[in-house]
Design a protein around this ligand. Structure first.
Ligand SMILES: Cc1cc2nc3c(=O)[nH]c(=O)nc-3n(C[C@H](O)[C@H](O)[C@H](O)COP(=O)(O)OP(=O)(O)OC[C@H]3O[C@@H](n4cnc5c(N)ncnc54)[C@H](O)[C@@H]3O)c2cc1C
Length: 510
C-alpha cells in the first residue's frame, strides 16, 4: 500500500472511475494538488480490463461515440492531453451497430455519419424515408439544444426532450413497428425502458452516429493516461484505499476517513461514487433528511450478465461491428424478462484483435440480469483484492446461464460453439463488488421522463465543499460521464473559464 503521510490536499476525489479521473486531470492542470482515492487494485472503475489467456477484455467500455476530430469528446480528450495517445480503431462505417431479430433474416445496420446512416436505413426501409429524415433531424436538434454537449456556454434551450418518452416518440414517428424497433435497437446502451426520456436516447445514439470507435488493448488506457498526467502535475492516486466516511465540521467537509482509520484532509472533496453512498458516509445536519430520502429512493438501472469468449484462431471473422439481437420485436420490454424469456436480448462486442486482423480473438456478450437472480449469494464478496471464491451452486448457475445465452447466440452465429476455446462469465455480483454499488447496476440512477426533475441530481450538495460527479449525475457512458465531470469542474472553475481552456487547447493543436 502507498502511504498517505497525513498530507493535506487541495482536492480529494473519492473513486477513480472516469468521472473522478477527468475531474482529477482538469483540476491538476489548474495546479490544484489532487489526491484520488480508489478502493480497487486497478483504477478506472468501469474502464477496468482483465486478461485471460493472453487476451484483454473490457468490463465496461466496448466502444466510444464522438471521438472524431470535430466531435466534443475528441476536443475534451485533446484538452485533457490523452487523445493523441489513445489507440483507437474506427468501426465499420457501413454498419458499426447491427440490429438483429430472431424471426427475421434481415440485418439492420447503422451507418456512421448522418448521411451514411440515412442511406443505409433508406435501403432497408424504402417506404419510410420521411420518418428516417425526421428522426435524424430530431436527434441533431435535441443534441444541439444542449450547449455543454457542444462545448458552448449557456443553459439548455429546449427541455421538451426531457419530458418526452423515447418509446412514445418512436410510436408517433412512424406506424412501422419494425422501424421503431430498429431505431431504438441499441437501447442496451442506456438500459432503455418505457420510462427512458428521449434526450437520453438522443445524446447516446447521436454520439455513435457521429463516429464510433473501439479502443485497441482496452479502455483502461483512458484511466492510465489520465493518471500519468495527474501524477506529472503533482497529484497522487491511492489504490487499495477505501473511503469510509466524509468528515464534516460546522457544515464544511474537513477530511475523509479511510477504512484503515487514516484521515486525509483537503479543501475540496469530489465524490465519484453513487450519491446515496456518498450521503450515507456523510454525517451532518447540513444535508436534510428529505434530500437524503429522495436520493435513496431513486431507482438504479438494471445489472448485466456478461459472457467473455476466447476464440480459437482463424475461426470467427472480425467484423468490426457490434450486434444487438432481440427474440421479439419489442425492444422496450427487455428488462422485464422472465426465467423462460431470458436472455430475450444480447449485445455482442468484438475486442479488437491483438494479433490477427481478419479474425476475432475475443468477444464479449452482454445481456440484462436483475440483482434478484443472484440475491442468494448477496453476502459473498469477491475481487482480486479479496479472492473469496463463491460456491459450486453459483458456478453452476453461471454455467447454465452461459449455455442458454450461447444457444441464443447460435441462432444467428451457428458456428459460435465450435469457435470457442474457453469462456468466462461475470454477474451482477462482480459489478457490485468492483464498483462498490449495492446492486451492480450498469448505468447508475434511472432517468424517468415522467419525473425529469426528480432524477436530475445537482453536482452541488448542501456541504459547500463537497461536490458530486460520475454517471449518476447528468448521464452515463464515456461521453456522458466526461461531460458530467465538466459540470463538476465548472462548479469550481466557472463555465466560461473551462470552456475557453478547452477551446484554446484545440486551437493550438488544430
Ligand atoms: C457492462 C457495462 C458496459 C458498458 N459499455 C459502455 C460502452 O461500450 N461505451 C460507453 O461509453 N460506456 C459504457 N458503459 C458505461 C460507462 O462505462 C460508465 O458510465 C462509466 O465508466 C462510469 O464512470 P463513473 O465515473 O461513474 O465511475 P465508476 O466506473 O462507477 O467508478 C467508481 C469508482 O469508485 C470506486 N469506489 C467506490 N466506492 C469507493 C470507496 N468507498 N472508496 C474508494 N473508491 C470507491 C470504485 O471502485 C470505482 O472504481 C458500460 C457500463 C457497463 C457497466
Amino acid at each position: 500500500m502507498q502511504s498517505t503521510d497525513n498530507k493535506k490536499y487541495d482536492v480529494v476525489i473519492i473513486g477513480s472511475g472516469l468521472g473522478g479521473m477527468v475531474c482529477g486531470t482538469i483540476l491538476s492542470k489548474e495546479r490544484k494538488r489532487v489526491c484520488i482515492i480508489e478502493k480497487n487494485e486497478q483504477i478506472g472503475g468501469s474502464l477496468q480490463t482483465f486478461r485471460r489467456e493472453g487476451v484483454t477484455f473490457d468490463t465496461g467500455v466496448h466502444y466510444i461515440g464522438g471521438l472524431a476530430k470535430e466531435n466534443s469528446l475528441y476536443k475534451i480528450f485533446n484538452y485533457l492531453g490523452i487523445m493523441h495517445r489513445l489507440e483507437t480503431v474506427k468501426m465499420d462505417e457501413e454498419g458499426y451497430d447491427v440490429v438483429l431479430f430472431k424471426d427475421d433474416t434481415e440485418e439492420y445496420p447503422y451507418g456512421m455519419g448522418y448521411e451514411n446512416f440515412k442511406r443505409v436505413m433508406f435501403a432497408k426501409f424504402p417506404k419510410d424515408t420521411e420518418a428516417i429524415e425526421t428522426y435524424c433531424k430530431d436527434m441533431k436538434r435535441i443534441c444541439d439544444s444542449i450547449p455543454l454537449y457542444n462545448l458552448r456556454e449557456g443553459e439548455p434551450e429546449d427541455l421538451s426532450a426531457m419530458a418526452t418518452g423515447a418509446k412514445d416518440y418512436f410510436e408517433k414517428l412512424t406506424p412501422n413497428k419494425k422501424l421503431q424497433n430498429v431505431l431504438a435497437g441499441t437501447n442496451l446502451l442506456y438500459a432503455g425502458t418505457e420510462k427512458t426520456p428521449l434526450y437520453v436516447h438522443a445524446l447516446v445514439v447521436n454520439s455513435y452516429i457521429e463516429s464510433a470507435y473501439k479502443l485497441k488493448n482496452g479502455g483502461d488506457q483512458i484511466a492510465k493516461l489520465m493518471a500519468r498526467i495527474i501524477k506529472e502535475n503533482g497529484g497522487e492516486i491511492l489504490r487499495k484505499h477505501q473511503v469510509r466516511s466524509i468528515d464534516v465540521e460546522n457544515g464544511t467537509a474537513k477530511s475523509v476517513t479511510l477504512s484503515t482509520g487514516e484521515k486525509i484532509e483537503a479543501e475540496l472533496f469530489i465524490s465519484n461514487i453513487h450519491p446515496a453512498k456518498t450521503l450515507a458516509m456523510t454525517e451532518t445536519d447540513a444535508i436534510r433528511p428529505a434530500y437524503r430520502n429522495r436520493i435513496k429512493s431513486l431507482e438504479n438501472s438494471i445489472s448485466t450478465f456478461v459472457l467473455y469468449l476466447i476464440l480459437k484462431p482463424n475461426t470467427f471473422p472480425f467484423r468490426n461491428r457490434n450486434y444487438y439481437y432481440f427474440d421479439e420485436t419489442d425492444v422496450w420490454k427487455c428488462t422485464d424478462y422472465t426465467a423462460e424469456t431470458w436472455p430475450y436480448m444480447y449485445a455482442m462486442f468484438e475486442e479488437v484483435p491483438e494479433k490477427q486482423a481478419e479474425f476475432a480473438e475475443a468477444i464479449t456478450v452482454m445481456t440484462y440480469m436483475r440483482f434478484d437472480e443472484v440475491e442468494k449469494w448477496k453476502d459473498t464478496f469477491h475481487t482480486t483484492l479479496e479472492e473469496n471464491n463463491r460456491d459450486e451452486e453459483y458456478q453452476h448457475f453461471k454455467r447454465q446461464k452461459a449455455e442458454k445465452l450461447l444457444d441464443t447466440i447460435a441462432l444467428k452465429f451457428p458456428n459460435i460453439r465450435e469457435s470457442i476455446q474457453t469462456y468466462y462469465t461475470s454477474s451482477p455480483l462482480s459489478y457490485r463488488d468492483y464498483m462498490g454499488t449495492d446492486d451492480g447496476n450498469m448505468y447508475g440512477i434511472v432517468k424517468d421522463y415522467n419525473e425529469p426533475v426528480k432524477t436530475m441530481i445537482s453536482v452541488k450538495t448542501k456541504v459547500p465543499n463537497l461536490l458530486l460527479t460520475g454517471q449518476n449525475i447528468n448521464l452515463h457512458g464515456v461521453l456522458g460521464v466526461t461531460e458530467s465531470a465538466l459540470v463538476t469542474c465548472i462548479a469550481v472553475l466557472g463555465q466560461e473559464y473551462l470552456l475557453n481552456k478547452i477551446s484554446e487547447a484545440n486551437a493550438q493543436t488544430a
